[in-house]
Design a protein around this ligand. Sequence first.
Ligand code: GLY
Ligand code: MN
Ligand code: MN
Length: 432
Amino acid sequence: MFKQSVLTLQPEHLSELQVRYEQALADNGYDSLLIASGAAPYRYGDDQAWHFQGYGPFVHWTGLTGQEHAWLWIRAGEKPVLWLYQPIDFWHASPTLPEEPWQQCIELRGRQETGAPELESPGRLAVLGDPACLDGAPGDHNPMGLVRAIEETRVRKTDYEIECLSVANRLALQGHRAAREAFLAGESEFGISLAYQQATQQREADAPYHSIIGLNEHAGTLHYQYYDTRTPARPRSLLIDAGVRFRGYCSDITRTIPGPGEGRFSALVHGLESIQRRLCDMVGPGVDYIDIHRKAHLGVAALLSASGLVSGMSDESMVEAGITRAFFPHGIGHYLGVQVHDVAGKPTPAPVEAPFLRLTRKLEKGMVVTIEPGLYFIPSLLQPLLEGRLATHVNGRLIEELGGCGGIRIEDNVAVMAGGARNLTREAERQV
Ligand code: GLY
Ligand code: MN
Ligand code: MN
């Protein structure tokens, strides 16, 4: 069973983190590091708190996303110490952790206080975490050099992390399958979201991000954030962008499903899917991620030509003139890990023509990225095209017709292996 292999890989992951952290601490002149898991803030003027999801470095070590007021102490040459907040509280549950091999690698202590624990001989101490939780904690809080170095420890995933991401893909695909069936059975966005949650056995608040579930025109809003409870009279398309967390690790998968009788839109979806698969195949060590983004624009240009949406221009001139950006305004993807948009992707700014690109680095073994080209009918971006100097090249009638389908995004999660790409999503699709 997959679970067992994950559990046996975790101690190696922790040993590797110990090595990476010791190096980061030494490079930045610290002897030890205390990491706060964090705590959910209360809503302004209210006695209700936001739903909690833990701080990245804490989750990177422990995989525990729901532990508030926990603290982890890392020192060179010593076992890390993890303090879990276990108050005697008749209002809330204090779940006990199942016994697992990683607990041999970290010393566990329970406590009833929320603030930083007292440390024996911390030496020069740094503390990382949400500043709102660090009042009264000793040491240097969130020193920038160390924060950057610790973020860098998340860039190249260990075997354990890749396995967790793979499981997160398998779990999410069960939800995607249920969502597709719910759409074809005539469910509303709300009904589809319930089908997704049921199939993934995941509360929406625990997901890596709010699921994006858009029918028809709603599919054209990149981060559409509502669930309509009514089914449209003519369901023409579903765009679902939804993931699952497994031991803290996130999947981030998008599928677009044409409604019955939507032949033209369906052809566009297939066209974008073949582009997307080719882009996924580009992933490998030494490849510049910005080149994948640029290739995506050329692919979208070719598809705009082939579908008759744009005519009389070469692919290159369409990209040059910004036409492809009006149809595909976001970046090709990002790092993925214990956060859906994982850290350290942009040590250099994105090129001017790709302002929303979240990852500007060359790919290396162990990185995990998303590949998510899109093609949307977004009125505020297309109207200037239809009224501008290139209007004669753009097929307004076809845009009008397809606009009711909103848009397309296809997104997979891909690991960079020594020999090329490992597409965690397609691999899981064959298994689920
Ligand atoms: N689900 C957000 C994204 O694809 O980046
Ligand atoms: Mn994504
Ligand atoms: Mn996504």
